[in-house]
Design a protein around this ligand. Structure first.
Ligand SMILES: [Zn+2]
Length: 92
């Protein structure tokens, strides 16, 4: 990921989450990679045409298989998964 200030990252995450909610992006499935214990998520794309992307937690980073994610941009899929993880940590 390219260097960004935390302010810039937070803005991109907020925009990504807003887009994910507006466009009804949903999480289809989640699980753990057996070999590493890393968490992963299968996320339905905003196009609702059956396209799904893989969001994987690698250490404290989330990486997405969508075109934006492959360019190291903070996409709506990563923003949605991150919001879920943050929410879960708050209630546990
Ligand atoms: Zn993505």
């Amino acid at each position: 990921m390219r260097d960004m200030s935390s302010h810039e990252v937070n803005q991109q995450l907020a925009r990504g989450l807003a887009r994910a909610l507006e466009q009804h992006v949903t999480i289809a499935a989640r699980g753990f990679v057996t070999a590493t214990g890393d968490q992963f998520f299968i996320v339905n794309s905003a196009s609702h045409n059956g396209t799904q992307y893989l969001v994987a937690a690698v250490g404290s980073r989330l990486v997405c298989s969508c075109p934006a994610g492959e360019h190291d941009l903070i996409c709506k899929h990563v923003a949605l998964v991150r919001a879920l993880l943050v929410a879960e940590r708050m209630v546990v």
